[in-house]
Write a protein that binds this ligand. Structure first.
Ligand SMILES: [Zn+2]
Length: 320
C-alpha cells in the first residue's frame, strides 16, 4: 500500500552537516551553476521520523512534481505573480512571459531527466528545473504568494505554484510553434526509453574511461535524471565499487550496470514517481544516510566516503 508522505518529507529539510563527518560544507561562489547542487550535501537530506531520503529531486521525484499541475490542464491563466528579478528567471524575458501566459490554457507537460516542460496554448512554453529545493504544487485561487514562490499562475479554481527557497532552480519561457531549443537539445535518450540500450551505455562509458563509475553515472548527458541516491542504488545493485574507474569495468559489470539502471529507474517511477511512496524496503536508500546503515542483503555496515564530490555509501562486501 502506498504511503503518501510527500508533505512530511517536503516539510522537514534537515541540515545535518554538523552531525555527520561525511557531509562537506557548502562551497562558496555557487552563482550561476546551470546544474546546481553538485558537491553540496547539506540539502540532500530530507528526513522524516521513519526514514531518510534524498531531498534533491532526481528523475522519479521530478516526475511526481510534474504531475502536480495536471489538475490545471485545460484551464486558463487569469492572473500571474512572479519575482521578476529573481535569479531563477535568469535568461528569460519575464515581461514577455507575463504578457503571453495570461489568457493561455495549460495544455500538457513532460519530464525529461531532471527537467520539466509545460505547454500552454498560443505557442507558449514554460520550462522548470527544480534545482535543489524547487517544488511544484497547487494552492487555492485566493492564495497569497510567499517569499519563495517565484511564479504563481492563477486559474479560476486554483493557483499553480513554483517555490524554490535556495534559488538553484530555473524557470524558462519560450514563445514559438515548436518546443524550445533548450528542451529538444537532448543530451541522451531517456533511461526509461528503448533508445537507452546497452550499446549506448557502453559508448558513453568508453568516452569516460578515467572517471570513477559514480561520476559517470551522475553525468546528465549520459544518464539523464540520475542523481546521488539513484547512482548509489544502481552501483549497489550492480555490485560495483563506486570509485572504480569506468575503464576497468568488465563486460559483465557493464551489463549489470545497465540492468540495474533500468530497474532502479523503472521501480522508482512506479513508487516515488507515481505517488511519492517509498521505494521498496530492501533498497539501499533506506540505509544510505544512516550513520549505522547496513547492507540490506547481509546486514554488514555500509561504508561512506566522498566519491565524485558526492557523499557515497556502499557495501564493502557486495561491491568490489
Ligand atoms: Zn552487501
Amino acid at each position: 500500500m502506498a504511503r503518501k508522505c510527500a508533505r512530511v518529507r517536503c516539510a522537514l529539510l534537515v541540515n545535518r552537516a554538523n552531525q555527520n563527518p561525511h557531509l562537506n560544507p557548502l562551497p562558496q561562489g555557487e552563482a550561476d551553476a546551470p546544474a546546481p547542487g553538485e558537491g553540496d550535501f547539506r540539502h540532500e537530506l530530507l528526513v522524516n521520523p521513519r526514514h531518510v531520503i534524498s531531498a534533491m529531486p532526481e528523475l522519479a521525484e521530478v516526475e511526481w512534481f510534474r504531475k502536480q499541475w495536471d489538475v490545471g490542464r485545460g484551464a486558463a491563466i487569469v492572473g500571474l505573480s512572479l519575482h521578476a528579478r529573481n535569479r531563477v528567471f535568469r535568461g528569460s524575458d519575464v515581461r514577455d512571459l507575463r504578457q503571453r501566459l495570461i489568457g493561455a490554457n495549460l495544455l500538457s507537460s513532460h519530464a525529461r531527466g531532471k527537467r520539466m516542460l509545460f505547454k500552454f496554448s498560443g505557442e507558449n512554453w514554460l520550462g522548470i528545473h527544480l534545482g535543489m529545493t524547487g517544488k511544484v504544487r497547487v494552492e487555492s485561487p485566493d492564495y497569497r504568494p510567499h517569499k519563495h514562490d517565484h511564479i504563481v499562475l492563477f486559474q479560476p479554481e486554483r493557483a499553480l505554484v513554483f517555490t524554490d527557497s535556495r534559488q538553484f532552480g530555473r524557470v524558462r519561457f519560450h514563445h514559438g510553434a515548436d518546443e524550445p531549443n533548450w528542451w529538444t537539445r537532448s543530451d541522451a535518450p531517456e533511461i526509461n526509453s528503448r533508445a537507452f540500450d546497452q550499446r549506448l551505455v557502453d559508448q558513453f562509458l568508453d568516452r569516460h574511461r578515467k572517471a570513477p563509475i559514480k561520476a559517470a553515472l551522475l553525468m546528465q548527458n549520459g544518464f539523464p535524471g540520475i542523481g546521488n541516491w539513484m547512482a548509489d542504488e544502481i552501483l549497489w545493485r550492480a555490485k560495483i565499487l563506486p570509485s572504480k574507474r569506468t575503464g576497468k569495468l568488465t563486460s559483465r559489470e557493464r551489463a549489470a550496470l545497465f540492468r540495474a539502471t533500468k530497474f532502479v529507474v523503472q521501480r522508482s517511477l512506479e513508487t516515488l514517481g507515481k505517488d511519492f511512496s517509498d521505494p521498496p524496503r530492501n533498497w539501499l536508500i533506506h540505509q544510505k544516510w544512516k550513520r549505522d546503515g547496513i547492507c540490506p542483503i547481509h546486514r554488514k555496515p555500509l561504508r561512506h566516503a566522498t566519491v565524485a564530490g558526492r557523499t557515497t555509501a556502499w557495501c564493502p562486501r557486495c561491491q568490489r
